[in-house]
Design a protein around this ligand. Structure first.
Ligand code: NAD
Length: 493
């Protein structure tokens, strides 16, 4: 039974060169509702031939089309603003599809659509503000040097499954504002809002053919995208293992290309003795359990000061047990299921490892939930060795490791400097010296103080170490889609 009979596009087609086209493949991917494990749509699994068509379209649009060669920055800005308006008009339907396809609570998806629309408007504002530098001539020289910034070219994007429309906006909005053309591959589990986005972009009639193209599928088409000779930049979001493979691949292509990789995390949080315990426990639990823990910056390693440890543990338990699990499309649902059977099994395996190999104590949860789909209870372990597997490996599920109590912040900082990841961290404290020490010494792309998970269009996001390199959001991400050319002019000639 087809759950989306009213979709305004045919999900069996792919959007290439401004047209909805049949894939050359007979292979398909089943798209599920993780709440129930029902199949809600069937989409094509693209071939290397489909990918080649998409890249050729983006290449021609970049080198010969009007987007880069005729449009002013202001025209690109207006196209992006029209696209933001189109998303806003259809947001109710997009939110429903996103919630059904990902299992995210509908209230969370509404926030993600707010961000998506804001991102297109925010980056539209940069489209007419591409600036170079003038470098003063040397003493009495007739030479004038200056830079002009040009779009990097054809960008191939590979997305993770966990924030389909929102991460698409993180990537596509700055790239389009800079004047790039795009081939976009969503996570194979969550293609529907990417196709919806292509439909809306098409409906504005403001983006020339080939500026934005979509291919669907998994590793095979993703690898073909990374390997294609006409790609100028790869923007990847996903796991460390795939990210490292992508980096190696981009070094083996005929032309090397710039790469930005946003990878995993095992983000620490620190609770100092001077905070309100209940309030902090709620922030910690939502910092970990948001998006059912399938969040690259999820707070999954928690340090609690010894002097409050025994009082804080019951507050955490109460906060986790009060989370409302239920049909994601209901307004009061606070946590959804895992994305698919593979992720569900992976999380259950880590819970087993926590109990049997790491010998950690379960504070709450640790079992499947609701008796359907891919649900797992919010799970808290405590007294966990900081070197245990559940405390050091990315689980990507609703599992928090409360580490053994600590005595000094210096000790925590020393250990966290060796954390494999460096995407995010949090500290809860009223002591300015502690906060300053933590924020200065920790090498993390984002550090939250007395809050967690808040992100803005204008602040850069990205990692250190195995969390990747490159930045999304903010001016930094826009600048990542531009390259400077140096011009040296002999004005006396
Ligand atoms: P994944 O690595 O399994 O897949 C990511 C993407 O890569 C998918 O689109 C997949 O089809 C594609 N892919 C797989 N093999 C490929 C290959 N050989 N060549 C090219 N592409 C290939 O990751 P996932 O399970 O989709 O996402 C979860 C991971 O993403 C977690 O580790 C999470 O931390 C990370 N993530 C990071 C950020 C961030 O901003 N740092 C944001 C969201 C998710």
């Amino acid at each position: 039974m087809h759950a989306f009979s009213k979709l305004p596009f045919d999900e069996k087609l792919i959007y290439i060169n401004g047209r909805w086209t049949e894939s050359s493949s007979t292979q398909t991917t089943n798209v599920e509702n993780p709440d129930t494990a029902d199949i809600i749509a069937v989409v094509p699994e693209c071939t290397a031939g489909d990918l080649d068509q998409a890249v050729q379209a983006a290449y021609t649009a970049f080198h010969d089309g009007p987007w880069v060669n005729e449009f002013s920055g202001a025209q690109r800005r207006d196209a992006m603003l029209a696209l933001a308006d189109a998303i806003e008009k259809s947001r109710g339907e997009i939110e429903l599809i996103e919630s059904i396809n990902t299992g995210k609570p509908i209230t969370d998806v509404r926030g993600e659509l707010d961000d998506t629309i804001d991102l297109f408007r925010h980056f539209a504002g940069y489209a007419d503000k591409v600036e170079g530098r003038h470098i003063s001539a040397q003493n009495n020289s007739s030479l004038e040097g200056y830079t002009v910034k040009v779009p990097v070219g054809v960008v191939g994007f590979i997305n993770a499954f966990n924030y389909p429309i929102c991460l698409l906006a993180w990537k596509v909005a700055p790239a389009l504002a800079a004047g790039c053309t795009v081939v976009f591959k969503p996570g194979p589990q969550t293609p529907l809002t990417t196709q919806y986005f292509a439909h809306l972009l098409d409906s504005t009639n403001k983006f020339p053919p080939g500026v934005f193209n979509v291919v669907l599928g998994g590793a095979t088409v993703g690898q073909a995208l990374v390997d294609h000779d006409l790609i100028d930049k790869i923007g990847f979001t996903g796991s460390v293992a795939t990210g490292k493979h992508v980096i190696r691949s981009t070094a083996s292509t005929r032309n090397v290309r710039s790469t930005s990789v946003e990878l995993g995390g095992k983000s620490p949080g620190v609770v100092m003795p001077d905070v309100d315990l209940d309030k902090t426990a709620k922030l910690v639990v939502s910092g970990c359990m948001s998006n059912a823990g399938m969040n690259c910056n999820a707070l999954t390693r928690l340090w609690v000061h010894r002097s409050i440890y025994d009082d804080f543990i019951p507050c955490l338990k109460a906060a986790a047990e009060s989370l409302k699990l239920g049909t994601p499309q209901q307004n009061d649902t606070e946590m959804g299921p895992l994305i698919d059977h593979r992720q569900y099994q992976r999380v259950l395996e880590y819970i087993r490892i926590g109990k049997e190999e790491d010998k950690a104590s379960v504070l709450t949860g640790g079992e499947p939930a609701l008796g359907r789909g891919y649900w797992i209870q919010p799970t808290l372990f405590y007294n966990v060795d900081p070197k245990a597997r559940i405390a050091t490996e990315e689980i990507f599920g609703p599992v928090l490791s409360v580490l053994e109590p600590f005595d000094s912040l210096d000790e925590v900082i020393e250990i966290e400097r060796k954390n494999e990841f460096g995407l995010a961290a949090g500290i809860f404290s009223h002591n300015h010296q502690d906060i300053a020490k933590f924020t200065r010494k920790l090498r993390s792309g984002t550090i939250w103080v007395n809050n967690y998970n808040t992100l803005y269009s204008y602040l850069p996001f990205g990692g250190f170490r195995n969390s990747g390199f490159g930045r999304e959001l903010g001016y930094e991400s826009f600048d990542g889609y531009l390259v400077p050319k140096a011009i040296i002019d002999d004005v006396s000639f």
